[in-house]
Design a protein around this ligand. Structure first.
Ligand SMILES: Nc1ncnc2c1ncn2[C@@H]1O[C@H](COP(=O)(O)OP(=O)(O)OP(=O)(O)O)[C@@H](O)[C@H]1O
Ligand SMILES: [Mg+2]
Length: 359
């Protein structure tokens, strides 16, 4: 393991920002911390970097303790050899690109020839060869973020930390840089922790995802299992299961939605105790015209379309049933379009109906 964090706690006054976090990142792996605003992601990162002193816990990097409350260890920021890229570009506008990238090497007293060589290498890695002489304030947002990335790579860090590095960029550039970043990270096998509140970005970039809520890691796993098997209704909600209904077991593989005249078949085992919710992803629901007899096997629910947004590869629809339940479903963008006010039927295949503890 390259990063090991155990029992990490950090408070600001009586505000518990990180509340007992345990994390391990495999050598060369990419762990994504995913969670809503204020759940403690940045605080966790700042503790790893040494910018924040935890109140409790232990942090090891490549087996070496860099922080331990019990043993009174707290290694200084610059001795941890950690590269960091943050949301705000944090590059110096009055310096040139190469001065920015060379900065960590200047701090380390790297000889000039080696420094120039490494800066050239780092700039070429991020696709900014030829930009060295340019003033850093004469760059686009994406270029600035690549300077920040080059600066974090130039010191050959043992660990890279990314805190929402792409969130100030437009959608296309974000996708492009995300792929580039993942490519560099895997090519050099640099152990990394990446923070985001965007579930799509998290699933796309991670080897492993740790979902955080209120200062705690509430679920860990590979992207596919996180996507398919959220451990609670609130995690499901955060992961884009936009149809979440309180429900109770009916028996024989069926559940009924509380307060609605709807029962659904599910492949999940029926819970025997504790409150639970039905969670369904909008892309797993099929939308068909009212009278249509085709479509996959599954429960059919009648309703009326109250909202349609064209999303390119699908139409995002909102459908209200007679009992007042509102479902979100994706209808195909090809063929006859679903229209506002139209009466439709939703098909919910049993495999799409997930049951999760309500919390
Ligand atoms: N310097 C500080 N002083 C006081 N409270 C702080 C400080 N930094 C963070 N907090 C609080 O600690 C909690 C966790 O903050 P943190 O910045 O770690 O959240 P986050 O998950 O990174 O959120 P976001 O997605 O909005 O960046 C929040 O409630 C925040 O208000
Ligand atoms: Mg943050």
């Amino acid at each position: 393991m390259s990063i090991q964090i155990a029992g990490l706690k950090k408070s600001y006054g009586d505000q518990r920002a990180v509340d007992g976090v345990d994390i391990e990142v495999a050598d060369g792996g990419m762990l994504v911390l995913l969670g809503p605003s204020g759940c403690g992601k940045t605080t966790t990162m700042r503790c790893i970097a040494g910018l924040e002193e935890p109140h409790e816990g232990e942090i090891r990097i490549k087996g070496k303790p860099v922080f331990s409350r019990a043993y009174n260890i707290n290694v200084a920021v610059h001795e941890r050899r950690i590269g960091m890229v943050f949301q705000s570009y944090a590059i110096w506008p009055h310096m040139t690109v190469q001065e920015n990238v060379a900065y960590p090497l200047d701090m380390m007293g790297t000889p000039r020839a080696e420094k120039e060589q490494r800066v050239r290498e780092a700039l070429s890695l991020v696709g900014l060869e030829g930009f060295g002489e340019r003033g850093a304030s004469y760059l686009s947002g994406g270029q600035m973020q690549r300077v920040a990335l080059a600066r974090s790579l130039v010191m050959r860090p043992s660990v890279l930390l990314f805190d929402e590095p792409l969130s100030n960029l437009d959608a296309r550039l974000r996708d492009h840089l995300r792929v580039q970043l993942r490519e560099l990270q895997t090519r050099f096998g640099i152990t990394s922790v990446y923070v985001t509140h965007d579930q799509r970005e998290a699933l796309a970039i991670a080897d492993e995802v740790a979902v955080m809520q209120k200062g705690k890691v509430v679920q860990r796993g590979d992207p596919v299992s996180i996507y398919r098997r959220p451990l609670s209704s609130s995690i499901a909600d955060f992961l884009g299961y936009s149809n979440i209904f309180d429900a109770h077991a009916q028996g024989e593989g069926r559940v009924a939605l509380d307060g609605h005249d709807t029962a659904l078949a599910t492949l999940d085992p029926l819970p025997t105790d504790g409150a639970f919710s039905v969670c369904v992803r909008p892309e797993d629901i099929h939308v068909l015209p009212e009278g249509a007899a085709d479509g996959p096997a599954g429960e059919r629910i009648a309703g009326e379309v109250t909202l349609v947004s064209f999303m390119g590869s699908f139409h995002q629809c909102r459908i209200r049933t007679p009992s007042g339940a509102v479902w979100e479903a994706h209808a195909p963008a090809v063929g006859r379009p679903i229209r506002l006010g139209e009466r439709v039927q939703l098909i919910l295949p049993p495999a799409a109906v997930l049951l999760a503890p309500r919390r």
